[in-house]
Write a protein that binds this ligand. Structure first.
Ligand code: HEC
Length: 138
């Protein structure tokens, strides 16, 4: 009887421990996607394909691949004025996301590069932090 109760208590503890490991692991890996869906998708569309001549694409986008050193600033402060992406000129305005932390921006960049552009993400959190210090704030 005693042994069975111990086993039961142990079983609960193990389940709880597993649940917390799973949730720790879950968050950072998926944060980029979750943030993309809440902060970017409404304009850049579900798979980052953009919207005609109104919204530039983020998926398979030459601008994203060639301007990795500008991505953190664009995400935090937005951008405006003419920009050419995959040969199409856009002249719009993107609002900034000043509420996002450095880690959230790093996870978004990870999602943009690795998932939407199939590029290896070599940007470290320290590089993101350095980049953010040097942004030209509009
Ligand atoms: C309200 C609509 C809107 C939202 C929301 C938005 N963007 Fe943009 N984004 C734009 C527009 C419009 C441009 C082009 C701006 C210009 O013409 O200078 C742009 C340009 C960009 C560019 C550079 C051009 C390109 O296509 O590579 C990047 C990178 C980018 N956005 C990333 C993001 C990310 C990441 C998010 C979410 C954190 C986001 N945007 C949210 C509208 C938006």
């Amino acid at each position: 009887m005693v042994a069975r109760r111990t086993a039961l208590v142990f079983g609960i503890a193990a389940t709880t421990a597993m649940a917390s490991v799973v949730s720790c692991d879950y968050k950072p890996r998926n944060q980029g996607r979750v943030l993309y869906e809440s902060e970017c998708q409404s304009c850049h569309m579900e798979n980052g394909q953009g919207l005609g001549e109104l919204m530039p694409p983020l998926a398979n986008a030459d601008y994203v691949k060639e301007n990795t050193e500008a991505l953190a600033c664009i995400i935090r402060y937005g951008m405006e004025g003419p920009v050419v992406v995959n040969g199409v000129e856009y002249n719009g305005q993107m609002p900034g996301n000043r509420q996002l932390s450095e880690i959230e921006i790093a996870n978004l960049i990870h999602y943009l590069l690795e998932v939407l552009n199939e590029q290896e993400n070599t940007m470290t959190i320290n590089e993101v932090r350095e980049q953010l210090k040097g942004c030209k704030k509009p």
